[in-house]
Design a protein around this ligand. Structure first.
Ligand SMILES: C[S@@+](CC[C@H](N)C(=O)[O-])C[C@H]1O[C@@H](n2cnc3c(N)ncnc32)[C@H](O)[C@@H]1O
Length: 218
């Protein structure tokens, strides 16, 4: 998959940082936490990177794990109460090889410049046997559900954006839903084993995936 250029779009998150969580809650009908939790349940104990951590919406669900919040937008990270916060991108993680037990990422993958490079980086920083759990939005699998969902988000997202003062940002979120193939294709070439993929939300437009780094051969 070729690298994707989204510099302007990445600034979206800087501009909407403060109202992001509230609007996300409304758009997901209050389910965004549940969808994160289902992925977090697959993570091991120990040190976990929250990749694209934003304002730290997932923090309460990590339990006793040690969290390293990584995000390229300092405006988002400044609102994140995690103790360890690092400005950085998925494509170039500022972490040592094999240094973490798990990687979590919610609602980030469709915004990345390069999914392939980010998956390489996740594989690099995970210890052997480590686990990555990813959740993101996309389009439903079946054609008619996809069409209905596209019409719905074309109307709903700009309207919500208009009322919260971020029309162009939420139009971008609508467009970003079309930017990627289905998850089984996105992760097929990952340098990690695909353990599980599941669907959530209306029409299954949210997906979760669990990836595992093979244990070191003895
Ligand atoms: C939709 S928010 C999700 C925030 C948080 N994970 C949550 O569940 O609420 C997407 C986040 O991804 C970050 N992001 C954008 N491009 C990124 C990249 N290349 N690497 C890592 N994070 C990125 C944005 O700054 C933003 O904080």
């Amino acid at each position: 998959m070729p690298p994707r250029r989204h510099t302007a779009e990445r600034q979206v998150f800087s501009r909407i940082a403060r109202r992001y969580d509230r609007v996300n809650r409304i758009l997901s009908l209050g389910r965004d936490d549940d969808w994160r939790r289902r992925a977090i349940a697959h993570l091991p104990d120990g040190v976990v990177v929250d990749l694209g951590a934003g304002t730290g919406a997932a923090n309460p669900d990590f339990g006793d794990r040690t969290i390293i919040a990584v995000d390229p937008a300092p405006e988002m990270l400044s609102l994140n109460p995690a103790l360890r916060r690092v400005v950085g991108k998925g494509e170039c993680l500022p972490l040592a090889d094999g240094s973490v037990d798990g990687v979590f990422s919610a609602y980030v993958f469709r915004n990345l410049d390069s999914i392939a490079r980010t998956l390489d980086e996740i594989a690099r920083v995970l210890r052997p046997g480590g686990v990555a759990a990813i959740v993101d939005l996309g389009r439903p699998e079946s054609r008619w559900k996809r069409t209905l969902h596209r019409i719905g988000s074309a109307i709903v997202l700009p309207v919500v954006g208009f009322f919260v003062g971020g029309f162009s940002e939420y139009r971008y979120l609508h467009r970003s839903l079309d930017s990627l193939p289905q998850p089984q294709d996105i992760y097929a070439d990952a340098p990690l084993n695909v353990e599980k993929i599941w669907r959530m939300g209306p029409f299954g437009f949210v997906y979760g995936v669990v990836l595992k780094k093979p244990p070191a051969s003895s």
